[in-house]
Structures are given as C-alpha cells and as structure tokens.
Design a protein around this ligand. Structure first.
Ligand code: NAD
Ligand code: UD1
Length: 338
C-alpha cells in the first residue's frame, strides 16, 4: 500500500514527501537526480524522522521501473518527474519531449501492467497559453503554449484524458500549479536551482544573500497595477498539501479530475520584492529592463473548484513564502551543496 512519488527529491516532490510521511503514508521515491541531490533524503529524514524507500532510476527506463513495481505494493502514483526549464526546452526540445512524455508513457504502461489505478500529475498554468482573461478556470481554453516545456505538459494532459476515456477504472488528478515559491519552515529543504535562476523568487533570494548584484525586473509597461507582470505565487507547502487532497479525492473514484492549485490572488514583481524586503528587513536592489520574450501581463487562478471538490485551499500568503524562502537561502547559501 505505497505511494510512488516520481521526482520525489525535487523541489515540490520533497515537500510533498514530507507531508505524506507526516500523514503516515508509505512512500517510495524514484528519481534519477537529473535536477536534485541525494542530500535531500537526509533532510527529509531530519524533518520527519522517517526514511522513504528510494530508487535511483530514470522513469523512462521501463525495465528499471518495472523492478520497483515488482518489489513494492504501489497503489497510487504522484508523477513529478520532468524537466522544467522553459529556456532549456527551446534549445533542447527533443530532450524535453522524450523525458517528459516518455516518462509519463512508461509509467502509464507499468501502471496498467501492475493494476495501479490512481495517478496525480504535475501540470502547469502554462497550459492556458496567453490568457485573454483572469482569473483562470479549469474549463477555460488551453493550448497556444509558446515553448516545448509547456507543450509537453499539454500533451501529457491529453494523453491522460484519453487514458481516462479508455480505462474507466482509472482515477486521474491533473493539478495545474501556478507559481510555487517558499520552502519548508525548518529551512532544511527548498528550491535549489542550478546556475542562474530563471524564476523570480530564487533570483530575489540570491540577490539578498549577495550572490547576485541586483534583480532585473523584466518590463514595467504591462497592463497591471504597477506595470510589472502579475502572477499567482503559491507557497510550496500549500501546494504539497494539494497532492494529499488529490489522493483523498481519487479514493472516491472520480475518473478524471482537473484542479488549479493557486491562491486566487495576483501579485506583481514589485509587490513580491516589497513583501520580501518587509518580511526579512533586507533591501533587494533592482533595475527595470526590457520585457522577457514570452511573458504575459497577468496570470492567476480561480482556485474555487479545488476548494469545492477537495476542500483544499492555500493557507499561507506571500509574506510567509518570502520569510520561508529567505530562511532556506540564508541557511543554505549553496543550496544542498555543503
Ligand atoms: P524539480 O526539477 O525540482 O523536480 C523534478 C524532479 O524530477 C527532480 O528531482 C529530477 O531529478 C527528477 N526527474 C526529472 N526527470 C526524471 C526522470 N526521467 N526520471 C527520474 N527522475 C526525473 O522540479 P519541481 O519544481 O519540483 O517540479 C515538479 C514537477 O512540477 C515538474 O513536472 C514540473 O514541470 C512541474 N511544475 C513545476 C512548476 C514550478 O514552478 N516549479 C510549475 C508548474 C509545474
Ligand atoms: C515561468 C515559465 C512557466 C513555468 C513557471 C514555473 C516562462 C515564460 N514561463 O513562469 O512556463 O511554468 O516559470 O517554472 O518562462 N521576472 C523578473 N525577473 C526575473 C525573473 C522573473 O522580472 O529575474 C518576472 C517575470 O517577467 C514574471 C514574473 O517575474 O512577470 C514571474 O516569472 P517566473 O518566476 O519566471 O515565472 P513565470 O514567468 O510565471
């Protein structure tokens, strides 16, 4: 009776594994460390006092993954494993298609072989493409993604919809994450990007810790209250609890369900910088520069469906997330590297 967590040593996966262990789930992680470190497992143990079983395997490796299904009594899967860098995906589209879609197909094949019915999938608000309105609801149009990363998420959503049509006994939760930030309150696990961060919060914390000189604010002429881009920043601990809510939902055998996991509140780049400065009493120098290609004015969730159907909603706010991101960064200036 175990939950298989692919990508369980990654940023969102590790926070979800902590929550699962704290709720007494039996957890099995599969990760190939392409974007995470073994040290994460020690940190999970420090927080929970528990050691999930771990297999260093590429989810695309069918034979390797089969050994996990043979050894473990898997009842549910949470599929985080995937590559997530938008910029890299435009340079290496083939890698993104083969890794993200390939891993999902291999996993589904083995789930059928071993009669595993329940899967929670990490999708993204990126599937909404360039929104013509906000807040975004689950039945709004999807498509029009501007990069291969987003396309892989969209394609996997379609694959899962066809699976659900074909296999009426399968239960599938597609979770569309908005912008995860923050870290576990212990400061022991958090986001550990390789190289120059693409995303806003890790960039802010690296400026705060002195690793980078200033933040580049990409554009100040968006149609938003202060001209900078508006997003829905959700604390990663809230996001993690959304996965436990989804697992409980799947016990009701709903077939296919889709939920936005966001807060429902839009926050601009400058709002987030101000919140960070206030929460931590640290200055974050910034320079306004050109827009980043592909960015949209505003993107935030209508998160009411997840509350109505799963009883889940975000409890933490951006000030909590700013405090916890900083706590993680200052205690681990080099991330998981000693
Ligand atoms: P992450 O890179 O920190 O975690 C992903 C984990 O998957 C890593 O530990 C990596 O080593 C592992 N992995 C990748 N390919 C693998 C493979 N073939 N076999 C085994 N392990 C593999 O990313 P994250 O931020 O935790 O994101 C988790 C999931 O959520 C991803 O699918 C991502 O696309 C999706 N998502 C993330 C965000 C975000 O902003 N972080 C937003 C929307 C959706
Ligand atoms: C990006 C990805 C999206 C992915 C998500 C989570 C793009 C176009 N979109 O979303 O597909 O699902 O990350 O991984 O890359 N910003 C700055 N300076 C920075 C970094 C960001 O001003 O150094 C601004 C951006 O212009 C944006 C906001 O901060 O307005 C948030 O950016 P980011 O954290 O990269 O997330 P998204 O662009 O929403």
């Amino acid at each position: 009776m175990a939950v298989l967590v692919t990508g369980g040593t990654g940023y969102i996966g590790s926070h979800t594994v902590v929550d699962l262990l704290e709720h007494n789930y039996d957890v099995v992680i599969v990760d190939n460390y392409v974007n995470s470190k073994p040290e994460v497992l020690n940190r999970i143990f420090k927080i929970t006092g528990k050691k999930p079983r771990f297999y260093e395997i590429d989810v695309c490796n069918e034979q390797g993954l089969r050994t996990v299904f043979e050894k473990e009594k898997i009842t549910d899967v949470i599929h985080f494993a995937g590559l997530k860098s938008v910029g890299e995906s435009t340079q290496k589209p083939g890698l993104y298609y083969s890794n993200n879609i390939g891993s999902s197909l291999t996993l589904l094949k083995l789930m059928h072989e071993f009669n595993v019915k329940n899967i929670v999938f990490s999708s993204s608000a990126t599937v909404y493409g360039v929104p013509d309105h906000v807040p975004l609801k689950e039945d709004d149009n999807i498509g029009g993604c501007t990069n291969p990363y987003g396309e892989t998420k969209l394609d996997i959503e379609y694959i899962l919809k066809y699976e659900a049509e074909q296999h009426k006994d399968m239960n599938i939760a597609i979770l569309r994450y908005f912008n995860p930030i923050g870290a576990h309150k212990s400061g022991l696990i958090g986001e550990d990007p390789q190289g120059i961060p693409n995303n806003l919060m890790p960039y802010i914390t690296q400026v705060a810790v002195g690793k980078r000189d200033h933040l580049n604010v990409f554009g100040s002429d968006y149609k938003t209250h202060d001209g900078t881009g508006v997003r829905d920043y959700i604390h990663v601990v809230d996001l993690a609890s959304g996965h436990l809510a989804a697992l409980r939902k799947l016990e009701e055998k709903p077939g296919l369900v889709i939920y936005n996991l966001g807060t429902g509140t839009g926050t601009s780049v400058l709002d987030l910088v101000n919140a960070f400065e206030k929460a931590n009493n640290i200055k974050v120098p910034y320079v306004i520069c050109d827009r980043r290609p592909g960015d949209v004015d505003e993107n935030y969730a209508d998160a009411t469906k997840a509350f109505k159907e799963m009883g889940w909603k975000a409890k933490l706010n951006i000030v909590d997330a700013c405090r916890d991101s900083w706590n993680w960064q200052k205690n681990n200036p080099k991330g998981y590297d000693k």
